[in-house]
Design a binder for this molecule. Sequence first.
Ligand code: SF4
Ligand code: SF3
Length: 514
Amino acid sequence: MKDMFCFQCEQTAGGKACEKTGVCGKKAPCAGVQDELTGALIALANTVEGTPSKEVAGAVIGGLFATLTNVNFDEEVLKEMTKTVKSLSNNAPSFDMTKVWNADEDIRSLKSLILFGCRGVAAYAYHAGVLNKDIEEANEFLCRALRAVGNDSYGMNELLPLVMETGKVNYTVMQVLSDANKEAFGVPAPTTVPLKVEKGPFIVISGHDLYDLKLLLEQTKDQGVNVYTHGEMLPAHAYPLLKQYPHLKGNFGTAWQNQQKEFDNIPGAVLFTTNCIMPVKESYADRVFTTEVVGFPGLVHIGENKDFTPVIEKAKALGGYAEDKQFTGINGGTQVTTGFGHDAVLSVAGTVVEAVKSGAIKHFLLVGGCDGARTGRNYYTEFVEKSPEDTIILTLACGKYRFNDLDLGTIGGLPRIMDMGQCNDAYSAVQVALALADAFNCGVNDLPLEIVLSWYEQKAVAVLLTLLHLGIKNIHLGPTLPAFVSPNVLNYLVENFGLCPTSNAEDDLKKLLG
Ligand code: SF4
Ligand code: SF3
């Protein structure tokens, strides 16, 4: 007898599905509540024709985002959200998600690609919404996609185009978010970020929400409290209007899966603005705060008034380290760089094109995506470490923590490792690829550009679907393939897109650079 069913992320139990309890820490009752919420969203979507109202769109985006891996573990909060969703559909009965989980494996696979991809799209649309960007195309699509997930009569022919459309809509959403971030915080520029924590009170802010960081920086001004980024917040240092705050000091820790160790007894406060939050250990539970859709039972949640006083007071009470403390990345480096978004890279496009023409740059390797706990993920460190000196590594998202503290030197004044930003800045990578293709008068697939993705959660699914929608071929995906991709669907992706699992770093480098 199964207690739950979830197979949406890369660490799913036995590479198949979490059926007793979630490897991520999500318990069976919470999984049940998340399914109920998703079923309620489908019932709500069924009441929508065309573009949903602002209220419905908000509930759909928030509900989808809340069920993304490592976002919300708080059953009570999820139940409240479900209630709100139900009230919007006049209490229409929720769709029963077990119908999807028990469906024919190919139908289940396609519906999963749509649903999980939509969770990723919703996360990005949520961040754009925080910056007052309402994306009608996404609002309409998310409802249509949810209706499809709940439609028992849909087969391959109806579902496959929606899988691709998920990627298309995600491209629009990432673009809107990229522009909104620039409008709000300035154009990101290359920046060196120390991994040292200065003595005295401090707050660590994690997740993807740059606006929360901005509010926190305002509220901590002249308070004697320093602020450090964590995880996907690292690229914030590159934005001029965030970087201008002198108390935004550096980056704390590495990727999300190390947080239980890195936050153990931390003498500072921690604020989670989005994924990835892991079950909070007792040794630091009293100093962790959540906001927006993030939730974990027993933690103080900062609500819509965005009054971060409890976080600031906690930081002051804990007092920080007595002396400056130098931390390092996983390879021993004491600093990292970020801010190589498309504006920065394309501002030196001439140099890049010349370096390719002269043979100084032979290949671009886009190595990015999520990090995670699986031991096989040292593949990405090895891949980058062993990449030849005439290659440029473009990276993004939290997977970069596997190698972003390495100093691989420069080519023609360009650093060999360029961090383009958060996972949503995959948009930036696409812009660079399109510009290079234009400069060389060829298609993106003809460029000396190889893409090696690491996935963990559903935003990576959305990004992968975007790359497929753009017709990008021969992407290498690891560290394992999604459990929700059935053999037939995988065949389709292999035949049509050359999608390929990663093997080992040395062989893959040989094959790709061959
Ligand atoms: Fe398992 Fe991942 Fe689902 Fe958590 S999110 S229950 S680890 S499949
Ligand atoms: Fe990482 Fe959670 Fe996916 Fe935005 S922070 S990429 S895993």
